[in-house]
Unconditional design. Structure first.
Length: 125
């Protein structure tokens, strides 16, 4: 009878442990989705506003230099925006590389659980 009670307690503990880990995973996924949605909305707004500003700046420069240096003005604007686009792309890549790993805390907790169970199994021997 004591063995059955011990097995029942171990089973209940394992189920509670899995439930806790699943809740942690759900919280992490929800936080990641909220963070991604925030990035997306800000990036979209920024893209629209910078696009409009870029078009207006290009139009202004071309109109100013229309009589004398129109091709040079267009080329310079294209080069400027190309360099700016490259710098922004590198910044976005760095930002994505620096973000925390998805479900990192959940995986760490599961690794702790596995190590604890392995050590408990070796302690009984």
């Amino acid at each position: 009878m004591a063995i059955a009670e011990s097995v029942g307690r171990i089973g209940a503990t394992l189920v509670a442990m899995v439930q806790t880990r699943l809740e942690l995973a759900a919280v992490e996924v929800q936080e990641e989705l909220q963070r991604f949605l925030g990035y997306f909305v800000l990036a979209l707004a920024s893209l629209i506003l910078f696009g409009i500003a870029a078009l207006l700046v290009v139009l202004l420069v071309v109109v100013i230099f229309w009589d004398s240096y129109r091709l040079e003005a267009i080329g310079a604007m294209a080069a400027l925006f190309g360099v700016a686009g490259g710098l922004i792309a590198m910044q976005v890549k760095r930002s994505f590389d620096a973000r925390p790993r998805l479900l990192g805390a959940t995986v760490a907790e599961l690794n702790k659980d596995v190590n604890f169970i392995r050590n408990a199994g070796h302690a009984d021997e």
